[in-house]
Design a protein around this ligand. Structure first.
Ligand code: ATP
Ligand code: MG
Length: 426
């Protein structure tokens, strides 16, 4: 149908028919987070632009080209959050969560906004779930976060379709040493660099390694690896993480080219990738960002976290044919034309009380019994509960199974609960 108003490009509507995998995913997330003792955070989807500029970094794709930024009515520059690590850190500091020595394990879920070219698996409004831990500096918490994500993949049935890739970026000193090596390598090969990379050569040369441009891949592959610039301590941190993962049965591929698109990472970075979603292969990404907390005002407070794209996880469930069907009501309540709907409305209410975990649909608006049964069949409900004039007279109701050929029964109000339980198998 041609409509006057359409949704914005790169933004999706979810309808009752497509919501089931979202609800399943959200439930699995809540279970996993609670199993690991993480507390939920809900922060505004809009923040001051400076928060993202300062934290994500000026010379990043996100800040350079992807942010939804606009002035409000008082000309204050605001941005729809492109990610939520910065917002959570802002909120944790502002609300006094980050006392010296404290440890906070938190998670969030919600929409993020990036002005990207929309395509399969890449939207302008997309959803992320993330987990963040403030206050722990060692590799054990990185292993815990990775295990938490792995548990979620197992729960959803996608574990065998994803692969963990890890790398280390070392500390600030390591990266300064490496930066020089990298700049001199890329300067030698300047004629092979694309426009973005040339711009980044001075401002943020590490970001060149993250380029998705196919023509850049060869020169990137020849670049020196960061591992060669790592201090003993940084090396040890990474080796310990690898040992922890191996001991936990998580297979990790070392990818020395993994640098991540955001500036605030140090030491460990990782990604869960898949080869089942075409070119949008990153499902979940994260790492350590000790410097970010300091930058935003929390002294000596390490941080680490990850976020996954919910559309991509659902896409993966789809490819693997794991998406659940649309949910249907269990019970359909109706009345015959000679009875006032007041009675069936009240009956539906009492059925909901008797069957608190069932979904009960009341057929508001009368119609012939035949047409009501057609609606009942279409609804997918397992059983119809009918009240007619005869039932009104003797205080009974009639139950008709809809999914099989079992006989219909007429029961008293007292017998209704057990009869319904019988039909619904519990
Ligand atoms: P990509 O390399 O695909 O652009 P990214 O490095 O920009 O991803 P992050 O900022 O690390 O992604 O976000 C974490 C996850 O969020 C990604 O791994 C991906 O699953 C998801 N994601 C990022 N951008 C989008 C988008 N525009 N649409 C849908 N999902 C996205
Ligand atoms: Mg991106």
């Amino acid at each position: 149908m041609k409509t006057q108003f359409t949704r914005l490009r790169g933004m999706a509507d979810q309808l009752p028919a497509t919501i089931a995998p979202w609800q399943l995913l959200e439930k699995a997330v809540r279970n996993a987070m609670s199993a690991y003792g993480y507390g939920e955070m809900r922060t505004p989807i809009i923040e001051r632009t400076n928060l993202f500029k300062r934290s994500i970094g000026e010379a990043t794709d996100i800040v350079e080209k992807e942010m939804y930024t606009f002035p409000d009515r008082h000309d204050e520059l605001l941005t729809l959050r492109p990610e939520n690590t910065a917002g959570c850190v802002r909120a944790a500091i502002e609300n006094g969560l980050l006392q010296p020595g404290s440890v906070n394990r938190v998670w969030y879920t919600g929409p993020m906004f990036r002005y990207e070219r929309p395509q399969l698996g890449r939207q302008r409004q997309f959803f992320q779930t993330g987990a963040e831990v403030y206050g722990l500096a060692g590799p054990a918490i990185e292993a815990e976060l990775i295990l938490l994500s792995a548990r979620l993949w197992r729960e959803l049935g996608i574990f065998d379709a994803v692969q963990l890739e890890i790398n280390t970026l070392g500390d600030t000193d390591d990266r300064a040493t490496y930066r020089e090596l990298l700049v001199s390598y890329f300067k030698e090969h300047e004629h092979l660099l694309d426009e973005d990379s040339l711009r980044r050569l001075d401002r943020n040369p590490l970001r060149i390694l993250d380029s998705k441009n196919p023509t850049m891949q060869e020169v990137i592959a020849g670049a020196p690896a960061l591992r060669s610039s790592l201090s003993e301590a940084s090396n040890e941190h990474f080796e310990q993480l690898k040992a922890l993962l191996a001991a936990s049965g998580i297979e990790a591929i070392e990818n020395p080219r993994l640098v991540r698109g955001l500036d605030y990472y140090s030491h460990t970075v990782f990604e869960w990738t898949t080869d089942k979603l075409g070119s949008q292969s990153a499902v979940c990404a994260g790492g350590r960002y000790d410097g970010l907390l300091e930058q935003l005002g929390a002294k000596n407070m390490p941080g680490v976290g990850w976020a996954f794209g919910m559309e991509r996880v659902i896409g993966l469930m789809d490819v693997l044919e794991l998406t659940p069907a649309q949910s249907t009501p269990d019970i359909f309540v109706m009345c015959t034309n000679d009875v006032s709907p007041i009675h069936s409305l009240a009956l539906a209410e009492s059925v909901r009380q008797l069957m608190p975990t069932s979904s009960v649909l009341h057929n508001t608006g009368a119609g012939s019994l035949k047409s009501q049964f057609r609606k009942a069949d279409k609804s997918g409900a397992a059983v119809a509960v009918i009240v007619g004039a005869a039932e009104m007279d003797d205080g009974t109701v009639t139950l008709k199974p809809l999914l099989d050929k079992a006989e219909q029964v007429t029961v008293t109000k007292e017998g209704l609960q057990s009869a319904l339980q019988g039909f619904l198998g519990g």
